[in-house]
Design a protein around this ligand. Sequence first.
Ligand code: HEM
Length: 230
Amino acid sequence: MTDPSGPATASPPDVRVWDGLLRLTHWSFPLLILVMWWTAENDKWAWHRRTGLVLLGILAFRVLWGFIGPETARFASFVKGPRAVLAYLRGDTGAGPAIGHSPLGGWSTMVLLGAMLAQVSMGLFAGDPYDGMTGPLNPLVGVMLADTITEWHETFFNVLAGLIVLHLAAIVFYASVKHNDLVSPMLSGARPPLAGVAGIGPLSWGRGLGAVALAAGFALWIAYGAPPLT
Ligand code: HEM
């Protein structure tokens, strides 16, 4: 007897877009930036310094992951020239559906990562050795220069906050106007099936642990004032 409902067709699997380490890295940003802001506002300088070093390690990991991570994490796969950005803005999807950052999203990624790196790097030199907490690299610069860097560090936070607001506005724009939910894939790692797109493969834990170890070692080295390695 034949089954009246016909042969069971397996629904195509969701497409894996973002690996777990990239997602963990991403969600640590809002959390750590909130903590950094709160500790600065409430004079908790020891925690501000510790959290800053954790953020430095995570940013170092993200930079390494941009070279050895899965395809959607790699800078080479999403940093595109102005022609590709303009084509994207005109609505030209080029070779067809794709996963990962769009040409515009790729540049917003670089700007956000660059701004966070700039903010954390300034914090490493900031402070006054005769009055309160200093960043671990403060002894490498004179008091006057450290003072100037501290002012930039304070002012630049407003730029970073502005970029984050822009980032959130873009996410809301994509959800409400373009009906493109970018948040769910950043939470779960996957998006609904997309014809002709296979998605990223499984995470390479060897690479992941190697990158985490290197990044943690780098942050620890900076925490100790970047002593000579020989
Ligand atoms: C301090 C706050 C935040 C910072 C600094 C930040 C930074 C970033 C960065 C650097 C990326 C690129 C991911 C990568 O390739 O590593 C990214 C992507 C993304 N972020 Fe955030 N983010 C923040 C908060 C949020 C929040 C609160 C949401 C959601 C409500 C969000 C949603 C997303 C989404 C959906 C993407 C993927 C965009 C795409 O598909 O191209 N972000 N964010």
